[in-house]
Ligand binder design. Structure first.
Ligand SMILES: *Cc1c(COP(=O)(O)O)cnc(C)c1O
Length: 446
């Protein structure tokens, strides 16, 4: 955390890769913005050094203010599944723009996008739009508690649901550990009803239900974890969660802010055929503008104000520009069905990275579901946060910078998934694999 204010780029084996304009911009930003960034994931705390500042994006590429071009594997951390600057999305936003940017009154497009979401996400009949994934998760937890009249929630270690006070707990070694807050400013009271459980561990969750009978309002999880690097659910895990929650009258809540519209049009719930009781959506649903949503059956959603008693509101909720970008993005996904293509090219990336790591005898493994992928510097299978934390993060940091110097923009942490978009071509994938091979050579011969 402390090294963010220091304007130095870690050396790569490419001395021609320097970021003087970005360093100056960062120094300036650090004087007026904490750590120089408006979201910590953008700072390079986990890999050292300071971030390039971006100027422009198009398709699968980013350009920084120092004149470098990158193949982008962040896609704004998930939303840009169509690539940057999709012409139809841009047109829809610009057409909307000149009619006014916010009314604080209902517009027709809100029902259109809600209808579309309900028609493609299996468990959703109604949804409410908000402005961020954090807000969606926070509101969904309130609704789960309001509907069940219970207080406790179960959260998986290493899963991220935005910066909601009651969900800012991750650490805890034993299955049944009661959580300690993850951040100063979160009171013990805010997390006293949050129970922690390791992901992919059915026995631990059964234990929690035995310890707190009739008290658990909801079990929350990323059905496919993306915020500790990519970790898929074990076979039958989601089925068993569904069974346990159904039997105990507990709300099963899928946080599909990252996986929604990404792993399939209907998200992870479509891919795995498991319907949760409550779903949080975000990222892709705003098409690159700030929008998110939570949705469920009519019966559950009817409890949200003003039709029900669970309060939730937002000045910019359902914002016309965000709705235009989101509606067009989801429409294009529905009309073009790009999921086979995403599976194919991300599969090529997985294969290539696996091959070069094996050839160069690097302790690494690639984990992937659809167009979400992580290269872990750890040769053991990763099923939960404890496994993920055993990865070689120092090696990841070196690899990250060597890739950046070769024009490949990866997530700046071992514990984040990379995203492939429809705009990525097989040539982009080949170039990325070549860059990775070259980067590993540079690391292991230096
Ligand atoms: C990104 C993310 C969030 C938070 O969304 P914001 O829009 O950043 O508030 C919540 N849950 C998951 C699974 C996410 O990936």
């Amino acid at each position: 955390m402390t090294r963010q204010t220091q304007a130095t780029t870690p050396a790569t084996s490419r001395p021609d890769y320097t970021l003087p304009a970005s360093e100056a911009a960062f120094e300036r930003a650090c004087r007026v913005i904490p750590g120089g960034v408006n979201s910590p994931a953008r700072a390079f705390g986990a890999v050292g050094g300071n971030p390039p500042f971006m100027k422009r994006a198009e398709g699968a590429y980013l350009w920084d203010i120092d004149g470098h071009q990158y193949i982008d594997y962040i896609g704004s951390w998930g939303p840009m599944i169509l690539g940057h600057g999709n012409p139809q999305v841009l047109k829809s936003v610009s057409d909307t723009l000149y009619h006014g940017t916010s009314f604080g009154a209902p517009t027709e497009r809100e029902a259109q996008i809600a209808e579309l979401v309900a028609s493609v996400v299996p468990s959703i009949e109604m949804c409410r739009f908000v402005s961020s994934g954090t807000e969606a998760a926070m509101s969904a937890v309130r609704l789960a508690r309001g509907v069940t009249g219970r207080h406790k929630i179960v959260k998986m270690t290493g899963h991220y649901h935005g910066h909601v006070d009651s969900l800012l707990v991750q650490a805890g070694s034993a299955a049944t550990t009661l959580g300690a807050p993850n951040s100063p400013g979160v009171t013990p009271g805010a997390v006293e009803d949050t129970l922690l459980c390791p992901y992919n561990d059915v026995e631990s969750i059964k234990e929690l239900f035995q310890l707190f009978p009739g008290q658990i309002a909801a079990v929350l999880l990323e059905p496919v974890a993306g915020n500790m690097g990519l970790v898929p659910p074990k076979p039958n895990y989601l089925e068993q969660l569904k069974e346990i929650t159904e039997k105990t009258g507990t709300i099963l809540m899928f946080d599909e802010v990252m996986t929604g519209f990404r792993l399939a049009l209907g998200g992870a719930q479509e891919l795995y055929g498991i319907s949760p009781d409550l779903t949080a959506l975000g990222k892709i649903i705003g098409g690159g503008l700030p929008a998110a949503a939570y949705g469920a059956s009519k019966q559950v959603m009817a409890q949200v104000s003003p039709s029900g008693k669970v309060f939730q509101a937002g000045t910019l909720s359902g914002n016309p520009l965000a709705m235009a970008a989101g509606l067009e993005t989801v429409r294009i996904l529905k009309n073009t069905d790009p999921y086979d293509y995403l599976e194919k090219i991300t599969g090529q990336l997985e294969e290539g990275l696996t091959r070069i790591c094996r050839d160069q005898k690097v302790n690494a493994r690639v984990q992937r579901v659809g167009s979400m992928i992580t290269l872990f510097f750890n040769s053991d299978p990763i099923w939960n946060y404890e496994d993920a934390k055993r990865s070689d993060t120092a090696l990841f940091g070196r690899f990250f910078w060597e890739m950046l110097a070769r024009g490949v923009y990866l997530p700046c942490s071992q514990f984040e998934a990379a995203f492939v978009s429809v705009a990525h071509t097989p040539a982009d994938i080949s170039a990325t694999i070549e860059a990775a091979q070259d980067a590993l050579k540079a690391i292991f011969t230096n």
